[in-house]
Design a protein. Structure first.
Length: 255
């Protein structure tokens, strides 16, 4: 079973849905590894992406993480989603230490509590948009008619009800990313994580997708963390955290 918060767990003044405590990620140095660019390479040959990060994200917040390429933004998001384990420290979602989950527990946790949007949509090409959105529910064991019904509702939410029976290759880049957003949210997750969700889109389409994420965040009372290179989008989030030189620094937001 996952660890539970105890009297020894550091308390925060503001209740948080997500909490990182002493979070550290270190990789063995590989000369051709882009993660080594601009990082603190120790004499032992290790590359320290970040060390002893402490931060909290309250329920309902929309937080952007920015920083130069290679600083560890995606690696940090992977830790928050239990896609990877920290070298040291822990990540808590509510009262669950997700850093201690077994691979099977982590998979169940992601299906239940995390919605994840990648820069690339990763839709399965042989299935329709409707079937792609239903996949997390089918993986959970939900009967197919019920899964498709819920998937249909979410395609309507992202404005793609009329494209339900089209395969991914028949959709535009913006439509593909909206399908991936519906797929991320169809399970009703506690936390939405998005890694450069507009990075592969042109300016107009990127604006439409980001505005949709904002709309869904508000209407469905989501807690959202977005990694982005787009500073204009970042400053439209509630908080902006910059990852630089292995540390997180809060910077000004337009909100």
């Amino acid at each position: 079973m996952a660890d539970r918060l105890s009297d020894e767990t550091p308390a925060t003044e503001i209740p948080a849905l997500l909490r990182a405590i002493g979070l550290t990620k270190i990789y063995p140095a590989i000369a051709s590894d882009s993660r080594a660019v601009g990082q603190n390479t120790r004499s032992s040959g290790e590359v320290v992406l970040f060390r002893n990060l402490d931060f909290t994200i309250a329920s309902g917040e929309m937080v952007a993480i920015v920083g130069e390429s290679g600083t560890g933004k995606s690696s940090l998001l992977h830790l928050l989603a239990a896609l990877d384990r920290p070298t040291a420290g822990s990540v808590w979602l509510a009262d669950t230490n997700i850093s201690r989950l077994t691979p099977r527990q982590a998979a169940e946790f992601r299906n239940r509590d995390i919605g994840y949007v990648w820069q690339f949509h990763y839709l399965l090409p042989e299935f329709t948009a409707l079937e792609n959105v239903a996949m997390p529910l089918l993986a959970r064991g939900l009967p197919r008619p019920e899964a498709l019904q819920q998937a249909s509702r979410w395609l309507h939410e992202v404005g793609l009800a009329s494209r339900a029976n089209h395969r991914s290759g028949e959709l535009s880049g913006g439509e593909q990313q909206r399908v991936s957003l519906a797929r991320a949210l169809v399970t009703g997750p506690k936390l939405l994580l998005a890694d450069e969700p507009t990075g592969d889109l042109d300016g107009k389409t990127a604006e439409a997708v980001f505005s949709l994420i904002q709309k869904l965040h508000r209407e469905h009372l989501l807690t959202s963390v977005l990694v982005t290179h787009n500073l204009e989008f970042a400053t439209r989030c509630g908080r902006v955290l910059r990852l630089r030189d292995g540390q997180l620094q809060e910077i000004a937001s337009d909100r």
